[in-house]
Design a protein around this ligand. Structure first.
Ligand SMILES: *[C@@H]1O[C@H](CO)[C@@H](O)[C@H](O)[C@H]1NC(C)=O
Ligand SMILES: *[C@@H]1O[C@H](CO)[C@@H](O)[C@H](O)[C@H]1NC(C)=O
Ligand SMILES: *[C@@H]1O[C@H](CO)[C@@H](O)[C@H](O)[C@H]1NC(C)=O
Ligand SMILES: *[C@@H]1O[C@H](CO)[C@@H](O)[C@H](O)[C@H]1NC(C)=O
Ligand SMILES: *[C@@H]1O[C@H](CO)[C@@H](O)[C@H](O)[C@H]1NC(C)=O
Ligand SMILES: *[C@@H]1O[C@H](CO)[C@@H](O)[C@H](O)[C@H]1NC(C)=O
Length: 312
């Protein structure tokens, strides 16, 4: 009798145990609630990134350690691959007029080196974050999957790290509105064979003497090159220019606001490819008549020459 009731009790406990275990497992993986996709290590990297940002408007309030925030794939600005759960996208560009004042930055702080733990990141937009006087960290060069990088309006200073040229899959790069970013050399872009768009407008390229050479030898996929108000040095070294033969078309070339003189036409008319669909040369320093050769640029559909000081 005694032993039977003990074994009955054990059985009952066992059944209860199995039932509890089952329902625990169910709640964490199956039915009801969806499975957490995001990776624990990557979540920690995000939290480190947040830690180095001052977030006075609580824009990143969805980012946290709390139980209800455990699915980091649902945090604002974060995008995960649906299958693997790895983070592939970070978009933290909030409008600058977010606050009341004109010069109010939505987020400010430092670029965390924890970014390197997000190996599969292919899209990174941290534009409009005020990174004090940070320079572009060279560890950006380890984000080898990047296809899109937007560092516009971030108050970055210093020079472009040469490691940026390691981003062999990079297609779109925006570094605009960083007045104190010194771009002394442009040749590194020739190594970025996937490049489609490069916007360096409103940076400081006053020492980039190789820019003409680079424009003359652009990577084949590059269709948009924007160098507006970059303080480009006005010089066209005659000897290094050869006729550019390419079957690709440069769709947009913006050289406006650069105080360039007429010697630049030597570069432009050197393209056999009648290349440019949109050419903006406004606000430069051309003297003399408008060159007739423009009419040979067969594909040109938009030519902006206002305030360029042409005569005749
Ligand atoms: C960014 O780094 C600077 C210099 O190390 C430090 O003074 C500042 O507090 C940091 N900002 C944040 C938000 O961590
Ligand atoms: C991932 O899943 C979300 C939600 O189901 C869906 O909106 C999105 O389009 C998916 N993304 C891809 C790349 O399949
Ligand atoms: C890059 O960021 C700037 C500033 O937020 C924005 O104006 C621009 O549209 C962004 N570029 C793209 C292609 O989204
Ligand atoms: C641009 O760079 C040149 C050369 O380093 C420097 O003299 C000039 O002050 C810089 N301009 C700005 C706006 O930083
Ligand atoms: C383009 O073709 C012309 C004429 O065939 C040739 O003289 C020139 O060297 C070529 N330029 C390049 C960059 O290959
Ligand atoms: C430019 O030169 C290349 C190579 O010689 C040729 O294939 C292409 O058709 C030329 N383009 C134009 C617009 O003449």
């Amino acid at each position: 009798m005694m032993s039977r009731s003990v074994s009955q009790t054990v059985l009952v406990h066992l059944v209860i145990f199995i039932y509890l275990t089952d329902s625990l497992l169910a709640s964490s993986s199956g039915a009801g609630e969806p499975k957490v996709r995001c990776k624990e290590a990557e979540k920690q990297a995000w939290l480190n990134i947040k830690e180095e940002l001052h977030d006075k408007y609580s824009l990143l309030s969805s980012w946290g350690k709390e139980e209800e925030k455990r699915e980091c794939c649902e945090w604002i600005g974060v995008g995960c691959d649906n299958n693997s759960g790895h983070v592939t996208k970070l978009d933290l560009s909030f409008p600058t007029n977010f606050g009341r004042d004109h010069d109010d930055w939505p987020l400010e702080g430092n670029i965390s080196s924890s970014l390197v733990d997000l190996h599969l990141l292919n899209y990174l937009d941290v534009s409009n974050i005020y990174f004090y006087g940070n320079s572009i960290p060279s560890f950006i060069g380890t984000l080898s999957r990047l296809r899109y990088l937007n560092l516009s309006s971030t108050s970055l200073v210093g020079e472009i790290p040469s490691k940026l040229a390691k981003l062999s899959t990079l297609q779109f790069l925006y570094l605009t509105y960083n007045w104190h970013l010194n771009i002394k050399k442009l040749k590194w872009i020739l190594r970025l064979s996937s490049f489609q768009l490069l916007d360096l407008s409103f940076t400081n390229m006053s020492l980039a003497n190789d820019w003409v050479f680079v424009v003359n030898n652009l990577p084949h996929l590059l269709t948009n090159l924007l160098l507006r108000d970059c303080n480009l040095p006005d010089m066209v070294p005659k000897s290094s220019l050869s006729l550019v033969n390419s079957s690709t078309v440069l769709v947009v070339l913006d050289l406006s606001l650069n105080h360039l003189s007429a010697s630049i036409f030597q570069l432009l008319f050197n393209y056999n490819r009648s290349l440019v669909v949109y050419l903006d040369l406004s606000y430069n320093n051309f003297k003399g008549p408008i060159p007739k050769a423009f009419k040979n640029m067969a594909v040109l559909t938009y030519l902006h020459l206002s305030a360029s000081h042409f005569q005749g």
